[in-house]
Design a protein. Structure first.
Length: 188
């Protein structure tokens, strides 16, 4: 069975619908990294990406939003999180080797509802196109994925990202493990 997917600029209603029906793993990731209200976190993420990058809503054939994703350039909050995490690791005596991690660049992100599973092939096909375009436009792209979000880790690999398991950092209010991932222009 073929499932059609279209992409649009997010509206407040798209954000509300996706935030209220997030997959359990995406909700856990948002709560671990940022805490607070998922809708508020997504509103900020969408706004950041609109102002300094690109952001899209994935819609099904009926026009119902089921995912939000984007890229944000010059993400100083990511650098600050890395600095805090490195300081905590040093203080706690953590011996994680983050030497494989490539810092800097632009941050990519995606969250979705359970309907993402119905559109896996289409999202991968289109996702590879978005990733290539973003690498060409922004250079090094990457971010952090919750270490427990197995589906997201697998998908990042399928999209060509290098996920660094040995570079796990403790991020967010609860200091949970997040894996850095990146894709450089020479790797795309």
């Amino acid at each position: 069975m073929r499932y059609d997917v279209t992409f649009a600029v997010p509206t407040p209603e798209h954000v509300r619908v996706v935030a209220s029906t997030l997959r359990a793993a995406d909700l856990a990731e948002l709560e671990a990294l940022r805490g607070g209200d998922p809708q508020g976190v997504l509103e900020v993420s969408v706004l950041d990406s609109m102002m300094a990058g690109e952001v899209f809503t994935a819609l099904n054939a009926e026009g119902v939003p089921f995912a939000l994703f984007g890229v944000c350039c010059g993400v100083q909050h990511v650098a600050a999180a890395v600095t805090r995490a490195r300081s905590a690791s040093v203080t706690d005596g953590d011996s994680n080797d983050a030497s494989e991690v490539r810092w800097g660049g632009s941050c990519v992100w995606m969250v979705g509802t359970d309907e993402v599973a119905n559109h896996g092939r289409a999202l991968l096909r289109h996702g590879r196109r978005f990733v290539r375009t973003w690498v060409e436009a922004y250079g090094l792209i990457g971010g952090f994925v919750h270490a427990r979000h197995d589906a997201a880790v697998r998908t990042l690999g399928k999209l060509g990202f290098h996920v660094v398991p040995s570079g796990a950092l403790l991020l967010g209010p609860a200091a949970e493990p997040f894996l850095p991932f990146h894709l450089a222009p020479e790797e795309a």
